[in-house]
Design a protein around this ligand. Structure first.
Ligand code: SF4
Length: 418
């Protein structure tokens, strides 16, 4: 029994729980990161379990030349740590010889005790010096006390020290977005008149942005706390805003940049009006299915608070409980202020939380893969939260698709009930 209620920011109480959790680990981030950074390779230093996780998480994607792999380390490999390091050097040398297209190699740590004993940061800096033209970095995708989106945070935070220093005034979009969505945002920023816009992560490692006191950054994802701290330490300034989900969230996110760059208010409204209208029209259709329906978020992707705000304020859904693995008060301040009355919980004690789900019997429960099937068996309608990270959901033109991801299970339930 370790739940506690504590006040937060705009006097919203937060239910904090610590107990058994049901989440994927940070290795999962490789599934979308390897698609984003096109000349990067992710070498997981892990166990057979890690290899299985990656294979099943990414199993739907068949590549002639995959850009991730697992170097399996077993207890016997650690008879001498020196040997393990030599073996790692051999694996990396073989990989780079076979794949001259790799320009950025991430050594991704995992949580088995055998791997924790290896100093991967040191191994990366050793390999970085010895591999010509290939940058080697390390980060942890471990599942100990983390959730799956933190893999992206750790990866991006590892890139920040590699960014050159600049005093130039520029906007940085932080967070991995599908290229098509990133291009839409870049077009809007260009129309607004913001001349210099960069993204972290870049599409190719050679395009890594510079950073400095003239950098203003927008977070595209709410789970990038370490990356934001690392950027701030380089002098960059965070622009607080709602996250760009739905017509309202996207408008507020763009507006934060427009204000910081001194864009005229009337010009801002003219530029965003067409996209905002398109989003609103697309949402009207989905609101017919979603309005008045109750929704319960179990903690998983860390997108829960912004998504609940979007679903409540733009589609009329009724959040019962919004659970999130970790709550960054600063980055989510605007979201929490805009979220209607409901329970917000941080962390998880899965049995207690499932009891609350059963008591509330919400129309829709958003949860991880492991919980979805048992809940469906109990007659509850579920949505897999991991899909929300894999799908293009940010921005005006994806608002309708985002809403549809929540409408679809409800429509399917009604069809099955007929
Ligand atoms: S990193 Fe840890 S939690 Fe993730 S697959 Fe490997 S062993 Fe499992």
């Amino acid at each position: 029994m370790n739940a506690a209620v504590a006040p937060l920011g705009a006097d919203r109480p937060i239910l904090r729980e610590r107990g058994q959790r049901e989440v994927f680990c940070g290795l999962t981030g490789i599934v979308w990161l390897h698609r984003k950074i096109q000349d990067a390779f992710f070498l997981v230093i892990g166990s057979r379990t890690c290899a299985h996780l990656l294979q099943s998480a990414a199993g739907v994607m068949i590549f002639a030349e995959p850009r991730f792999a697992t170097a399996i380390i077993e207890e016997k490999d650690l008879a001498g740590l020196a040997d393990a390091n030599e073996e790692l050097d051999r694996v990396v040398a073989r990989l780079l010889a076979r794949r001259p297209d790799i320009r950025l190699l991430f050594l991704v740590g995992s949580c088995p005790s055998e791997v924790i004993k290896l100093d991967l940061a040191r191994a990366a800096s050793r390999l970085d010096k010895s591999t010509d033209g290939v940058r080697v970095l390390a980060y942890s995708g471990s599942g100990i006390e983390t959730t799956f989106t933190q893999g992206e945070d750790a990866c991006l935070a590892a890139l920040v020290p590699q960014m050159a220093t600049t005093a130039e005034t520029q906007l940085l979009i932080v967070g991995s977005l599908p290229d098509i969505v990133e291009d839409q945002f870049r077009r809007l920023f260009a129309e607004l008149g913001i001349a210099r816009v960069d993204s972290l992560p870049p599409r190719r490692s050679g395009e890594l942005a510079a950073v400095g006191p003239g950098t203003r950054f927008l977070l595209a994802q709410p789970f990038l706390g370490d990356t934001a701290t690392a950027l701030q330490a380089r002098g960059a300034v965070h622009l607080p805003a709602l996250f760009p989900f739905g017509a309202e969230g996207t408008t507020a996110w763009l507006h934060a940049a427009a204000k910081a760059f001194g864009i005229d208010e009337m010009h801002f409204r003219r530029v965003v009006a067409p996209g905002r209208e398109r989003a609103k029209r697309a949402l009207e259709r989905q609101a017919k299915v979603l309005a008045g329906k109750s929704i319960f978020f179990l903690p998983d992707s860390q997108l829960e608070v912004p998504l609940a705000r979007f679903l409540a304020n733009e589609l009329g859904m009724v959040p019962v409980e919004v659970g999130t693995p970790y709550l960054h008060r600063g980055h989510l301040a605007d979201e929490l202020a805009a979220l209607p009355d409901c329970v917000v919980s941080e962390g998880q004690d899965v049995d207690r939380q499932l009891d609350r789900v059963r008591a509330a019997r919400p129309d829709l429960t958003v949860c991880g893969l492991g919980l979805a099937n048992p809940l469906e068996r109990e007659g509850l309608t579920t949505k897999w939260s991991i899909e929300l990270v894999f799908s293009p959901v940010h921005g005006f033109d994806q608002a309708g698709d985002l809403a549809e991801l929540f409408a679809r299970p409800l429509v399917r339930r009604d069809l099955l009930a007929v």
